[in-house]
Design a protein around this ligand. Structure first.
Ligand SMILES: [Zn+2]
Ligand SMILES: [Zn+2]
Length: 343
C-alpha cells in the first residue's frame, strides 16, 4: 500500500519528550533542571497547541516536483477531500459502506495533516504531495466513482480529528494487518505513542485472507540491501534468519548472513527490498522465510507496516455494524474524537 513507508520521526520525538516528562513530576520552579544522574529535564511538556478554526486552516502544499518551489494554498477541508480518494479503495459492490469508510479515512487524513503540518517548514511549505506526507492531487475526488459519498463524508466530519493529550495523533494506517496490528515501538524502534499498540484484528482476514508469497533471488536481495548503509551485507548473502517476532507474529528483527551479518529491523529490511523490487515483493513483515537454492522464499500475510488503522479491517468492521467512532477507537487505543473550533 502506498503509505506503507511513512515514518514519523519529528512527531515521535515530540512524544518522547512528552512521555519522559510525564514520568517525572514537575517541580514548581522553572527553569528546567536535569535530575542528577538522569539527564531528564523536569519541566512539564509544553501546552498543546491551540488550533485555529477549521475554516481558517489553509495548508501550503508543495504541488510541483520536489525542490521546484511550486506551492499551493489549499484549505484543510478541500485538502482532505482530495487526499482520501487516493488512500482507500472501496469496491463497486460496497456502496453501502462507502460513506462511512470515507468518513473514517477523512478523520484519519485530517488528523495526520494536523499532526505533521510544518514538517517541511524549512522548505517553505507545510506538506509535500507525495507518499512522504499524503498524496494530494487537486480535484481528484471529482473523478472518483464515490465522488458524492466522499464529498458528503468530508462535510459530515468537518473539523473532526483524533487527539491524545490535546494533540492531533500520529494517525498512521496500512492496508491489511494480517490479523493483528503491531505497536509502533516494535516496527520503528522509536518510543511509540501509547495509542499505537498492537491489537488483534479478525475483521480484515474475514474480508480477505491477505496471504501472499514471494520468491526473490538472493543476489537481487543482496543488491537491494547494499543500497542502504543499515542493511549493507557486502559481496555475499547466504540467507536471513528471524531473530524476534512481536506479540502478533510480525517479524521485528532479522539477522542477515553475508560477508557482513548485521542485525536489522524487519521494517528496514522490507523497505530496502521494496525500494528495489517493488511493494509486491515483500508486502509485509508478517512472514516466514526459507532459502531454496539461490532464492529466498517468503510466505506471508497482510500488506503494509501493520501499525494503526487497518483499512481492510475498517471495511470489515463497518460491514459488521460498527460505527466510525468504534472502528477508530479499536485501532487507536484511548484517543479522543475532537473537533476544530468554528466548524
Ligand atoms: Zn512530505
Ligand atoms: Zn487488520
Amino acid at each position: 500500500m502506498r503509505f506503507a513507508s511513512r515514518l514519523f520521526v519529528a512527531a515521535v520525538a515530540a512524544l518522547v519528550a512528552s512521555c519522559a516528562s510525564r514520568q517525572q513530576p514537575p517541580r514548581p520552579t522553572p527553569p528546567p533542571v536535569a535530575r542528577p544522574g538522569t539527564g531528564v529535564p523536569t519541566t512539564p511538556p509544553p501546552p498543546a497547541p491551540v488550533l485555529p478554526p477549521s475554516g481558517d486552516l489553509v495548508l501550503r502544499i508543495e504541488t510541483g516536483a520536489r525542490g521546484t518551489g511550486q506551492v499551493e494554498a489549499v484549505p484543510l477541508e478541500a485538502y482532505v477531500r482530495d487526499v482520501v480518494v487516493g488512500e482507500i479503495a472501496v469496491a463497486p459492490q460496497d456502496g453501502s459502506l462507502a460513506g462511512q469508510a470515507y468518513a473514517a479515512q477523512a478523520i484519519v487524513a485530517r488528523t495526520y495533516a494536523l499532526a505533521v503540518r510544518g514538517r517541511h517548514a524549512a522548505e517553505g511549505f507545510d506538506l509535500c504531495s507525495t507518499t512522504h506526507c499524503q498524496v494530494y492531487v487537486r480535484d481528484q475526488w471529482r473523478r472518483s466513482r464515490w465522488a458524492s459519498e466522499v464529498d458528503a463524508a468530508v462535510t459530515r466530519t468537518r473539523g473532526q480529528y483524533l487527539s491524545s493529550a490535546g494533540r492531533p495523533i500520529e494517525a498512521v494506517f496500512h492496508a491489511h494487518c494480517g490479523g493483528h496490528t503491531s505497536a509502533a515501538v516494535e516496527v520503528w524502534r522509536t518510543a511509540g505513542a501509547p495509542y499505537l499498540r498492537g491489537v488483534e484484528d479478525p475483521y480484515c482476514v474475514r474480508e480477505q485472507s491477505g496471504d501472499w508469497s514471494s520468491r526473490l533471488e538472493l543476489e537481487a536481495v543482496r543488491a537491494a540491501l547494499n543500497r542502504r548503509p543499515r542493511t549493507e551485507v557486502g559481496d555475499r548473502l547466504d540467507g536471513v534468519q528471524v531473530l524476534r517476532r512481536d506479540a502478533g507474529g510480525r517479524v521485528v528483527e532479522l539477522v542477515l548472513s553475508g560477508a557482513r551479518s548485521p542485525v536489522v529491523t524487519a521494517e528496514d529490511f522490507r523497505l530496502a527490498v521494496i525500494a528495489a523490487a517493488g511493494v509486491r515483493s515483500l508486502r509485509s513483515t508478517r512472514f516466514e522465510v526459507a532459502r531454496h537454492g539461490t532464492a529466498l522464499v517468503f510466505t506471508g500475510r497482510g500488506s503494509g507496516h501493520g501499525v494503526g488503522l487497518c483499512q481492510v479491517g475498517l471495511l470489515g468492521r463497518l460491514r459488521a455494524g460498527q460505527t466510525v467512532a468504534q472502528v477508530l477507537g479499536a485501532y487507536y487505543a484511548g484517543v479522543d474524537l475532537s473537533r476544530l473550533g468554528g466548524t
